[in-house]
Design a protein around this ligand. Structure first.
Ligand code: NDP
Ligand code: OXD
Length: 314
């Protein structure tokens, strides 16, 4: 019943302290500090783990991802075919919803322009479209996409979403599957990407698809926002679209390579907001409880929640 953590670029000690408090009478150890009894380890809690960890723990029963995304695991050839649980939690969802709403409003209210005017001590107003005139499109209507879509809908935006399977959400138009993607893009002024990185979503937002976003929308040009995964976008195409003016603006939290290299041209665009993969951080205080709850469920013979479908990759 022991638990091992293999976390990269995360304050592991904070998670261990919290998990020990919630799961007393168990051995909870860090992989990098050495595991005393590998045969007795049932659970692995992982974020970009050392790929050697799997072979070293022969009796693993469940793997937990520290994040909502699991591409850091599914991309590893060493990943064993075991139940893989990802994070779905109100704390993480509301953090993401905040980031998405904030970035959407930032572009909708043309804040970059007013910040530039302030810099030059210019007092000048500009025509502001109503939210209902702005068509928002959310790529990925899962836990995070749906919450963001509903929040934006409640602010009055004209919201649609695109997913693999059809959705029935009051006030949110559902597009689904590859055959509906072009129509979805053609009606979208602010494109929000909350897709997972899977074999099917690699570089999905490319030059061809960006060109489908209408130039005639209420904002005077389309905006692209991504807090899903960088692998789902073609950054050269985004850079070109920002340079040519085809994209009016962008907000990017995730990138093909992280940290975003100093040489990336994206840093230089004044109309591109860059945040360092902080849209929805996993908080040890809130989320350790989720992991402890899943372990208790498993041990009581109840089904694990939020299992990843390893066939589709999310
Ligand atoms: P979910 O698994 O709940 O939702 C994924 C959505 O994407 C679903 O609606 C799914 O469709 C859709 N989707 C997946 N593949 C395809 C496809 N090929 N075509 C069309 N739609 C597809 O994930 P979450 O909402 O919880 O998280 C989304 C992603 O956000 C994570 O995978 C992670 O990468 C990222 N993330 C980023 C964070 C950050 O700080 N930047 C923090 C947390 C997560 P369907 O509903 O039909 O299954
Ligand atoms: C996640 C992330 O997937 O932080 O949770 O990116």
């Amino acid at each position: 019943m022991n638990l091992v953590l293999s976390l990269t670029n995360v304050n592991e000690a904070e998670w261990i302290d919290r998990l020990r408090a919630l799961l007393p009478n168990r051995k909870i150890e860090s992989w990098k500090n050495g595991v005393s009894d590998p045969e007795k380890v049932d659970y692995l809690f992982a974020w970009k783990p050392d790929p050697d960890v799997f072979a070293a723990l022969p009796n693993l029963k469940v793997i937990f991802s520290l994040g909502a995304g699991v591409d850091h695991l599914t991309s590893l050839p060493q990943l064993p075919h075991l139940p893989l649980v990802r994070i779905v939690d109100a704390d993480l969802t509301s953090r993401m919803t905040e980031w998405v709403v904030f970035q959407t409003l930032f572009h909708h209210r043309d804040h970059l322009m007013y910040a530039a005017q302030q810099e030059a001590s210019v007092w000048k107003d500009h025509k502001q479209p109503a939210a209902k005139e702005v068509r928002v499109g959310v790529l990925g209507l899962g836990e995070l996409g749906l919450s963001s879509a509903k929040a934006l809908k409640s602010l009055g935006f004209d919201v649609a979403g695109w997913s693999r399977t059809p959705k029935n959400v009051l006030g949110v138009q559902s597009f689904f599957g590859d055959s509906h993607l072009d129509d979805f893009l053609k009606r979208t002024d602010i494109l929000i990407n909350l897709l997972p990185s899977t074999p099917a979503t690699q570089k999905l937002v490319n030059a061809e698809r960006l060109a489908l976003l209408p130039q005639s929308g209420a904002l005077g040009g389309p905006v692209y926002i991504n807090a899903g995964r960088g692998a789902t976008q073609d950054e050269a195409a985004i850079d070109a679209a920002l340079t040519s003016g085809q994209l009016k603006g962008a907000s990017l939290d995730v990138f093909e390579v992280e940290p975003l290299p100093q040489t990336s041209p994206l840093w230089k665009h004044k109309n591109c907001i860059i945040t360092p993969h902080v849209a929805a951080p996993s908080d040890p205080q809130a989320l350790s409880e989720y992991v402890a709850r899943q372990i208790k469920r498993f041990e009581q013979g109840e089904p694990l929640e939020n299992l990843v479908d390893l066939e589709v990759g999310y």
